[in-house]
Design a binder for this molecule. Structure first.
Ligand code: NAD
Length: 492
């Protein structure tokens, strides 16, 4: 039973079905701990069924005209837009995203990504390689087969499009496992997938737990590629699980983004942009700018203005349009974030604001944490580990060299940002930050054509754009002898 308009059963072979063992798990509203739905829980047998469905759909789907695959993705984009309001509410209710973000960012970006890859399907070409005389050599880009996709709970709707878009455009069939905390929008997308006419088995959605459904999918011999977004710790387990059949992997893992403010920056823009960098989605973003590095001449002024802005952020019911920050997505995660406040203090840090749940009694049952700004030593855990909440550290530096040394002092390498009016420095520093993405005088921009992913402990492989298409296809090199007189053995 669901208190929200979303299916609650597994989507396998084009139908919504119960889990083989009949198990379900409860999904709760992070705003007030209300019960939202009991969702069927996929376990090993269900994952096997989903992989079998994807496998039997593959021969037809992979040879369906690319334009037809694209047409279905374009129809899915239209369906997302046609149901925009309902999807935004569903996402906000399940995750805690403020409705202004769900409706202005999550839903439009989801539609735009499906549309981008819908357009891509029949424009993604192989190549002809100039080789020795007498031969034609061309390279086909062929789908890899059945793809497993495992996603986290922070942007479930958007991740459906990031993962499904390129995989389907390239001709793969998919088994997608949403996170156990937020499966509802993925199941609603499954319903739209059926409605717009995707053949049964092309997409299968199996909500379930990581250590059961996720682990089984990651190790499955019938899966040729696994695309994983989640923590670095689980990412390492995915690497081990994939060894059996040498699955191709793409890993989008954690981050600890440096956000560098140089003394010549436009401070108004930097203060606002830095708040978006960390407090958007309550800081539950792998690319969050969670380490603010301030150049000494402006550090005091920036900090004062930034803390004032943080204190003024309106926390509240995600469904209220005035709300700027909602709850974290689960009580366990709220406690984990608050645990990092204690770590910071125990390690000698100073809490400049926040660091606790809000006092408003209307929010007492939700997973809320006030925007938190902490000054902490560089060696402190809060400056090295991903907190994944509305929690930012501030540090100071002098000059470009020290800024880069601090920015690059962590094992993660996903996103990073810098604020300056010096054009040459902007390019120099952007090139030198060790990360997969850098934003100059902005933060956290993403687009369906721009490669998304990281280096180091943030993983490897890329989502979005042509990089994603490369990742969901295997190149096949074909050599054709086009010269009848050309010897194929040594002349006799
Ligand atoms: P998580 O790693 O705990 O879980 C992610 C997914 O993996 C979930 O669906 C979970 O059920 C599944 N899972 C858990 N254990 C598994 C196992 N042993 N085998 C297979 N699957 C398993 O992460 P989370 O707490 O859901 O999400 C937060 C993390 O995700 C953060 O570290 C964040 O940085 C990261 N993240 C990264 C990106 C990116 O693009 N780089 C984007 C968003 C989130």
């Amino acid at each position: 039973m669901a208190a929200v308009p979303a299916p609650t059963r597994l989507f396998i072979g084009g139908e919504f079905v119960d889990a083989a063992e009949g198990a379900t798990f409860a999904v709760r509203n992070p705003h007030d701990d209300g019960h939202l739905a009991d969702v069927a829980e996929a376990r090993a047998e269900d994952v096997d069924r989903a992989v079998a469905a994807a496998r039997s759909a593959f021969p037809t789907w992979s040879t369906t005209a690319a334009a037809e695959r694209g047409r279905l993705l374009l129809r899915l984009a239209d369906a997302v837009e046609a149901n925009a309001e309902e999807l935004a509410r569903l996402e906000s209710t399940d995750t805690g995203h403020p409705i202004r973000d769900s409706s202005r960012l999550d839903v439009p970006r989801t539609a735009a990504t499906f549309r981008y890859f819908g357009g891509m399907a029949d424009k993604y070409e192989g190549t002809v390689v100039p080789v020795e005389r007498g031969f034609l050599n061309y390279v086909l880009r062929q789908p890899v087969g059945v793809v497993g996709q495992i996603v986290p709970w922070n942007f479930p709707l958007m991740f459906c499009s990031w993962k499904l878009g390129p995989a389907l455009a390239a001709g793969n069939t998919v088994v997608l496992k949403p996170a156990e905390l937020t499966p509802l929008s993925s199941l609603r997308i499954a319903e739209l997938i059926a409605e717009v006419g995707f053949p049964p088995g092309v997409v299968n959605v199996v909500p379930g737990f990581g250590h059961t459904a996720g682990a089984h999918l990651a190790a499955h011999p019938g899966v040729q590629k696994l695309s994983f977004t989640g923590s670095t710790e689980v990412g390492r387990r995915i690497v081990e699980a994939s060894a059996g059949n040498l699955k191709r992997l793409q890993l989008e893992l954690g981050g600890k983004g440096a956000n560098i403010v140089f003394a010549d920056a436009d401070l108004d823009a930097a203060v606002n942009g830095s708040a978006f960098a960390i407090f958007h989605n309550q800081g539950q973003a792998c690319i969050a700018g969670s380490r603010l590095l301030l150049e000494r001449p402006v550090a005091a002024e920036f900090q004062e203005r930034f803390v004032a802005l943080a204190r003024s952020i309106r926390l509240g019911d995600p469904l209220e349009v005035a709300t700027e920050m909602g709850p974290l997505t689960s009580p366990e995660h709220r406690d984990r974030v608050l645990g990092y406040v204690k770590v910071a203090v125990d390690e000698g840090g100073e809490v400049l604001c926040g660091g606790r749940p809000p006092e408003d009694p209307a929010l007492a049952r939700g997973c809320y944490v006030e925007p938190t700004v902490v000054r902490a030593d560089q060696r402190s855990r809060v400056n090295r580990e991903e907190v994944f909440g509305p929690f930012v550290t501030v540090s100071t530096f002098s000059g470009e060299e020290e800024a880069l040394q601090l920015a690059n002092a962590v094992d993660y390498g996903l996103g990073g940002g810098l604020w300056t009016r010096d054009l040459a420095r902007a390019h120099r520093v952007a090139g030198a930050i060790r990360s997969g993405m850098v934003w100059v005088n902005s933060y956290k921009r993403v687009g369906p054509g721009s490669p998304f992913g990281g280096v180091g402990d943030s993983g490897y492989g890329r989502e979005m754009g042509f990089e994603a298409m490369h990742g969901y296809t295997d190149p096949k090199s074909v050599w054709v002898n086009v010269d009848a007189d050309l010897p194929v053995w040594y002349p006799r």
